[in-house]
Design a protein around this ligand. Sequence first.
Ligand SMILES: Nc1ncnc2c1ncn2[C@@H]1O[C@H](COP(=O)(O)OP(=O)(O)OP(=O)(O)O)[C@@H](O)[C@H]1O
Ligand SMILES: [Mg+2]
Length: 212
Amino acid sequence: MVAPMSKLIVLEGLDGAGTTTQARLLAQALTERGRTVHVTRQPSDGPIGKLLRAMLTGEHAIEGQAIDQRTFGLLFAADRMDHGQREVAPALAAGTLVISDRWYHSSLAYQGTGADRAWIATANLHAIRPDVTVFLRVRPEVAAARRAAAGRTEELFEAIEMQRKVAAGYDEVMHKLAFAGERIEVVNGELPLEEVTSEILAGVLRRIGGTN
Ligand SMILES: Nc1ncnc2c1ncn2[C@@H]1O[C@H](COP(=O)(O)OP(=O)(O)OP(=O)(O)O)[C@@H](O)[C@H]1O
Ligand SMILES: [Mg+2]
């Protein structure tokens, strides 16, 4: 018998790293193994997440100026609290595995390029801590090629120069958080899809318990 498990599993990586694809494939693999899984994402589908998605695609732009990164930092932190309370905590309380496509590591890596990272960390101090975070590591050029191949229109954070900074930010953030005791699995996201999925699954099962 598989005991009910409430664990928060987070997938992280650059735009185009494959977090959305792998969240779905991981959920499928865990469901096949008899687990109850809820897949979710940040920005969330709640009210603050919706506002963020609109702002990221250029709605509510300010004439001639970029929106301050600190504004995004606060909105992402607020969305994370609200998403945690509204959706993630209830699912965990019901004994479900929750897989989130992005969590606070994204804020630290992305907003950390334009706003003080320690301050961003403080704003996220009360966010739910993941039980395991999988970092899909891909080179910014590979992620950009995938976005182009998928015909994606570029969002605010997606210019290649910015992605290089974010990639460096991710490496730093993952290193620091692992040192601070977070369970972080780094997976080579440049491997073929199925190989990435099996690496993620192995890492997740190792960290949350269970081998099947
Ligand atoms: N391992 C892989 N090998 C080849 N192509 C991949 C791989 N993983 C994902 N892709 C392709 O790359 C594109 C981006 O994947 P996906 O949308 O999952 O990325 P993402 O990390 O969710 O991006 P974003 O964070 O910007 O939403 C998709 O077209 C997907 O099919
Ligand atoms: Mg995605």
